[in-house]
Write a protein that binds this ligand. Structure first.
Ligand code: SAM
Length: 280
């Protein structure tokens, strides 16, 4: 079968990551390609116009964001029929918690080439700098903004062994940390703040500590990295249960025993309560 990537006649959609803070991270290859293409699709023309002006790029910008991606992709495909185009989101990689995916699918369906330039991405910087296991990881992006949906998502993730990475906005960070702690139990975690910027900070603690931080100290852009479930959790649960059962033997009711054991060992009250009931 013909390898389409070597077909010189096919026009190319270039996906180009842009800096997540530090402008020096815009790579020379990205700049050259952005200068050379017929048109540049972007998430927000105001943001991209300003960014690209820093690098002397004044190509035509076409708005293609979450809410018009379907239609705007069609317009971009018309340019792609004539020559190469590029797509940039506001920061980092297009398609990673940002628009771009639908455009990629359409370009591929229409037989065009898709090429990705390497560059800045908040998830990878956070993961690599977190000090947590990088051999296997899971990227979730943003959790649901509604608490009930967020709790359900976390319940589904609680037995994941891989390190987990979440994006979050500053106004929801404390609520999310509290939910992470309540559902996943206490574990090692890291908040990676203001990556690549002047006040970059990695807060490497556990979920209990992170959830109790003063919200005023958690400003700017943030990624949360959380340890996967560790094998010794099971052993911990046995220890927790024998503590709760000892309390029950001494006359404490089941509900209170689960609550006290939960506070002592940072394991979910419901998990302990259900395990006691099951074991009875
Ligand atoms: N496409 C981007 C990427 O490749 O990383 C992600 C865009 S997403 C809309 C924005 C989220 O990424 C923020 O809410 C934050 O969680 C994370 N983020 C972006 N820039 C960051 C930075 N400089 N420091 C920490 N987190 C950042």
């Amino acid at each position: 079968m013909r390898n389409r990537n070597f077909d010189e006649n096919l026009h190319i959609l270039y996906l180009i990551p842009t800096p997540i803070g530090n402008l020096e991270e815009m790579n020379p290859r990205a700049i050259n390609i952005l200068k050379s293409v017929l048109a540049i699709g972007c998430e927000d023309t105001r943001v991209s116009k300003q960014l690209l002006a820093n690098f002397g790029i004044s190509n035509k910008l076409i708005s293609c964001h979450e809410h018009n991606e379907e239609m705007a992709s069609e317009e971009l495909l018309k340019y792609l029929e004539t020559g190469n185009i590029a797509y940039v989101s506001d920061a980092g990689y297009p398609g990673i918690s940002d628009p771009g995916h639908r455009l990629v699918v359409k370009a591929l369906e229409n037989g065009f080439k898709v090429s990705v330039i390497s560059g800045p991405n908040a998830m990878l910087n956070a993961l690599v700098g977190s000090g947590l296991d990088t051999s296997h990881f899971y990227f979730h992006g943003f959790l649901a903004s509604k608490q009930s949906a967020r709790l359900k998502e976390l319940e589904d993730l609680k037995h994941k062994k891989e390190t987990m990475v979440f994006y979050e906005s500053p106004h929801r960070i404390t609520d999310t940390l509290l939910d992470l702690k309540d559902v996943l139990g206490n574990r090692k975690a890291c908040i990676a703040r203001e990556l690549t910027k002047r006040f970059e900070e990695f807060i490497r603690e556990d979920l209990n500590t992170l959830a109790s931080l003063d919200a005023n100290t958690l400003k700017g852009e943030m990624v949360i990295v959380v340890d996967g479930e560790k094998e010794d959790k099971q052993i911990n649960l046995d220890v927790v249960l024998s503590y709760a059962k000892e309390l029950i033997k001494n006359g404490v009711n089941t509900k209170l025993a689960a609550k006290l054991a939960s506070e002592k060992y940072n394991v979910s009250k419901n998990v302990i309560y259900n395990a006691i009931i099951k074991g009875e």
